[in-house]
Design a protein around this ligand. Structure first.
Ligand SMILES: *[C@@H]1O[C@H](CO)[C@@H](O)[C@H](O)[C@H]1NC(C)=O
Ligand SMILES: *[C@@H]1O[C@H](CO)[C@@H](O)[C@H](O)[C@H]1NC(C)=O
Ligand SMILES: *[C@@H]1O[C@H](CO)[C@@H](O)[C@H](O)[C@H]1NC(C)=O
Ligand SMILES: *[C@@H]1O[C@H](CO)[C@@H](O)[C@H](O)[C@H]1NC(C)=O
Ligand SMILES: *[C@@H]1O[C@H](CO)[C@@H](O)[C@H](O)[C@H]1NC(C)=O
Ligand SMILES: *[C@@H]1O[C@H](CO)[C@@H](O)[C@H](O)[C@H]1NC(C)=O
Ligand SMILES: *[C@@H]1O[C@H](CO)[C@@H](O)[C@H](O)[C@H]1NC(C)=O
Length: 273
């Protein structure tokens, strides 16, 4: 099983090189979204986060550090996820819907040579009819047509090609990607579950959370660091920076690996499928 840790190490090596001068990149986007406070090392890179203010309020919905009241619309979610805070019986929940359904083919008639393009901050589509002279966008050596969505490599940005794009990842062309983890996983975050990242695109949003109740921990390798740094929590267990472990199927007879995890950026583990 331990050959599986090799791709994990490679992955960190790649992110070190390509992203910024800070070595630990995966995980930061999530903490920034839920407004945890970074604890910086001497190079100015986050080495852990303080998420002590993160909680699920009884009388409101916490989203990006702001508590919304019953019936209020959460500001800043993904364009295709319009969400409202609901309070019932002292329990908060968030309900979402898709504000604008694009019905491919059934909606407006799309003229020949045209297509339904994306709009950056909207869920709706817009009919684009590029002419031969319509400029296209270039990002990471690939070209895009107006209205086409793209995600520049090694960024956590959503971009839509439009006239005037010069390669700068700014509005109105690009916006910070949204994970909306607080809407999807607030319970998992307060329960110290572990974010699971896709091995091939680890930087931005976790694709799921794994909770201690749904797996067992095996093959723990302790780094034996004797510092009093922040710990990673997984349910009631705690791990030091540098520790690695595997999460396996709950069924003790099964050796199905769910994820390999490392404590790289406390307080949550960082896991890969
Ligand atoms: C990142 O590293 C490069 C080369 O080592 C250096 O030129 C640059 O100033 C550094 N940037 C920051 C923000 O430290
Ligand atoms: C985390 O932040 C809170 C305030 O938001 C502070 O009271 C607490 O001491 C901090 N914890 C650590 C370990 O720095
Ligand atoms: C939503 O957030 C944006 C950007 O942070 C801000 O400009 C806008 O005023 C906010 N709208 C509301 C209704 O709070
Ligand atoms: C309200 O919450 C209490 C305690 O969590 C629970 O016992 C009760 O069944 C709930 N009532 C309704 C109507 O959901
Ligand atoms: C909600 O909690 C408050 C304070 O804990 C209590 O006074 C109130 O009766 C509760 N309401 C419901 C509907 O359970
Ligand atoms: C950490 O300590 C344990 C127990 O002393 C030992 O078995 C393990 O090999 C050590 N790990 C490393 C990475 O040195
Ligand atoms: C695990 O394997 C043992 C022996 O092979 C068997 O008796 C037991 O029922 C199995 N348990 C489960 C949960 O499959």
């Amino acid at each position: 099983m331990h050959y599986l840790t090799i791709p994990l190490l490679l992955l960190f090596a790649i992110t070190i090189k390509a992203n910024s001068n800070c070595s630990q990149v995966t995980g930061r986007f999530l903490y920034d979204e839920i407004k945890c406070k970074p604890n910086l090392d001497k190079n100015g890179c986050p080495e852990s986060y303080n998420c002590s203010d993160y909680h699920i309020p009884k009388d409101g919905c916490l989203f990006e550090g702001h508590v919304y009241k019953d019936g209020q619309i959460l500001n800043g979610t993904r364009p295709c996820r319009q969400c409202t805070c609901n309070i019932k019986n002292n329990t908060s929940s968030v309900s979402c819907y898709k504000p604008c359904q694009f019905r491919g083919g059934i909606g407006p008639v799309i003229p020949r040579g045209c297509y339904a393009g994306h709009i950056l901050n909207s869920c709706c589509r817009k009919i684009e009819c590029p002419t031969a002279s319509t400029p296209v966008c270039v990002s990471n050596d690939r070209t895009y047509y107006p209205g086409q969505y793209f995600q520049p490599c090694r960024t956590c940005m959503d971009c839509v090609c439009q006239q005037g794009f010069q390669g700068e990842l700014v509005e109105p062309f690009c916006r910070k990607m949204r994970c909306d983890v607080e809407i999807l996983y607030s319970k998992q975050i307060v329960d110290n579950c572990a974010p699971l990242y896709c091995r091939h695109s680890p930087l931005c949003c976790p694709k799921d959370f794994i909770c201690p109740s749904s797996c067992r921990v095996e093959n723990i390798i302790r780094s034996n660091k004797t510092s009093n740094e922040e710990k990673c929590k997984f349910g009631t267990q705690s791990f030091s920076v540098g520790d690695t472990l595997d999460l396996l199927d709950l069924n003790a007879n099964s050796s199905r690996l769910i994820a390999y995890c490392a404590c790289t950026l406390p307080p949550l583990l960082t896991c890969f499928d």
